[in-house]
Each structure stands twice: as C-alpha cells, then as structure tokens.
Design a protein around this ligand. Sequence first.
Ligand code: NAD
Length: 269
Amino acid sequence: MTHIPGIVITGASGRMGQMLIKTVSESDQARLVGVVERADHDWIGQDVGTAMGGPALGVTVTDDPLEAFAQAQAVIDFTAPEATLEFAALAAQARCVHVIGTTGMTDEQIAALEPAARHAVIVRAGNMSLGVNLLVQLTKKVAAALDEDFDIEVIEGHHHHKVDAPSGTALMLGEAAAEGRGVNLADVSDRARDGITGARKRGDIGFHAIRGGDIVGEHDVLFAAPGERIVLRHLATDRVIFARGALKAALWGQGKAPGQYDMVDVLGL
Ligand code: NAD
C-alpha cells in the first residue's frame, strides 16, 4: 500500500476541494492523507467525510499545512493566489508535487513560484480537463492557419460565485491564439469593451465574461471573418473533469525532475 502516493487537498470545503476529496478518496491509485482549510473555518478538527455530510473518511481537517504536507507525496491546491504562494513554499520544503489549479494569479505571483520549482515539481494549469487542453492545441493550430481577416474573440461563462475574469481558461485560449499568430497576447488583448470604444482593431484578441447561476465552465473561441465564422467550443458540465485531471497530474509528477509543468506535459499533447 505504501507505494500508493499520499495526497493532501487544500481548500477542503470549496467547490473544487470537495470534488477533489471525493475523487481522491474513491481512487485506488492514491490515498487521501490530509485536508487543509483556513484557520478560522468551522470544519477544522472535524472528520472531512462527516463535514461533507457523508460517511467518515478517517482524515481530520487541519489548519497546519506543513504538518499535513510532511505526510504526503502530492498536494492538490484549488484555493486562492495568496494561499497558493504560501503552499508552494511549504510543498517544496516537504518535497511534494504541487498541483495548482488556482486561477487569477498575477504575473508577479506566478514568477514567485520559481524558487519552489527549484526544489519540487509544480504542475499548474488554468484548466485541468482533457477537453480544454485539446481545445488549446486546436486554437493554436487554427490561429496559425488563419490570417488577421479572422477576428478572434474568447467568450467564457461561469457560475455567479467566480471572483476573477477573464477565467484562467480564457487566458490559456487567448495565449494559444496569440502564439499561433506569432504575437504577444499583452500587445493585442482587448478586454471589457464598454461605451464608445471605436471600431475593433485588426489583430486584437477580445475577451468576454458571462457570470450566472451554476454554469460550471463554458468557453468559445470565435474566429469571425467577412462571410464565415468558426467556433471552437468546450462545455464543462461536471467539476469532476478538473478533479480527475488534477489527480492525474499528481500521479504523473511522482519522480519527475523539479520544475514547472502544465497539463500539456501531463497529457502528452
Ligand atoms: P471556492 O471559493 O469554492 O473554494 C476555495 C477554497 O479555498 C475555500 O474552501 C477557501 O476556504 C479555501 N482557502 C482560501 N484560502 C485558504 C488558505 N489560506 N488555506 C486553506 N484554504 C484556503 O472556489 P472553487 O470554485 O473551488 O475554486 C477555487 C479555485 O480553483 C479558483 O481559483 C478557481 O478559478 C479555480 N478552478 C480551477 C480549475 C482548473 O481546472 N484549473 C477548475 C475549477 C476551478
């Protein structure tokens, strides 16, 4: 049994945290060895299975990440940028694979992961699903095949609790489109049009965020030219796709050299 990697889930009570706990505890390829929440959370000290309203899982929710990470081979982290930075340093200290699903990190925060990546494997992706990572590759190819007669717009939809926009996935798709075109996204990104903005600039990549209800995650990449349109679309209907991808990444990272990786590496796309 001991060769089966032990996994810690951070943000235990979150939408993704609960899905990850379910996915890891039901897997025969990994063991759930710890769950972490914020210090002031009322789940601290409770069995996580009971706290989730189901049978006990024999794992107590803690607010001490380092103690939890010391028992584990991987940490799966879908929380918030500041928390993820703290967890990166602790996961590196414990030599755990750190799978980061957290989105909304600034460029400075992403750069601040580098010292941790010198000591441990970090797998970070704004979207852990197989379908979206395939869509990213397709977007790059289609953007490379078409010229700037085709206006590119990335349209995403998420539930009304989501705190960041554009979504991490929309940004991945925008980056892929820019890469396909051989330009920097920062130079062509057009976000949040409002009022008299003037006509659309040729070559720009536009972003639009819909927020409502319980939408799990929807992404369209629109290539619109005079006379025709191409739409590449991914619809997520169940968060389990992200949890399965994250678990795959945690297992894939075992024994890999320290450094930063993404789901394209994990999925071998
Ligand atoms: P959520 O708000 O439901 O959950 C976040 C959890 O993190 C909460 O339980 C919160 O208490 C916990 N948390 C915050 N700070 C903490 C700390 N310092 N220590 C321990 N726990 C802490 O949010 P969610 O919908 O589960 O999403 C979480 C993140 O994952 C977001 O950034 C979201 O965009 C991202 N996400 C990524 C993917 C992907 O595939 N990469 C998929 C879905 C969501």
